[in-house]
Design a protein. Structure first.
Length: 181
């Protein structure tokens, strides 16, 4: 999304959907913001367990870099089955995030652990970038067999419509197709 100059600021599994082509679609842009290159943001927002250190410390932050941190938390959870930073006491949770105090399970590969350490870097100036992630050894272990798709940009393109669903809505509930598009 950085090429569109939009930051999400609340990336977490609940805000990611899988489409019919097994692509990931981001949803719930309620906390998102537009930005200009090299512009910083100030509002602390999003879900605490996924928040980047610079955001919770109240410093001006680069939105793209906080989104990368959040994606690192998601990746950690996908690989380990639990979140890297959790504590019922918010103050303790923030201390863990600020120190990047997490424990990887032993079954996570060295390459995956290396990538996570570069994403969950507390210094945003040292945090890995999207192009660097795409070039990382772990990221490239499996060849991407699906062609890259830009997705649908609402307001500029007509979203795909499954006509069979519209027919079912009419047959089952008498909801007219023109009222659902």
């Amino acid at each position: 999304m950085s090429e569109l100059n939009i930051v999400h600021r609340d990336l977490k599994p609940e805000n990611m959907l899988i489409d019919y082509d097994k692509g990931i679609k981001l949803v719930d842009f309620g906390l998102s913001n537009t930005f200009k290159p090299n512009e910083t943001l100030n509002t602390a927002c999003g879900s605490p367990c996924y928040a980047a250190p610079e955001m919770i410390s109240g410093k001006p932050y680069n939105g793209t870099k906080v989104d990368i941190w959040s994606l690192g938390v998601v990746l950690f959870a996908l690989l380990s089955g639990y979140l890297p930073f959790e504590d019922p006491d918010t103050g303790e949770l923030y201390k863990k995030i600020l120190a990047a105090d997490y424990q990887l399970p032993s079954y996570v590969s060295k390459d995956a652990a290396d990538l996570l350490s570069k994403i969950l870097e507390t210094d945003p100036d040292k945090r890995i970038t999207i192009p660097e992630i795409r070039n990382h050894r772990w990221f490239n272990l499996v060849e991407d067999s699906l062609p890259a798709k830009p997705g649908t940009i609402i307001g500029t393109e007509q979203p795909p419509v499954d006509k069979s669903i519209l027919k079912k809505m009419w047959n089952s509930h008498q909801i007219r197709p023109e009222h659902t598009q």
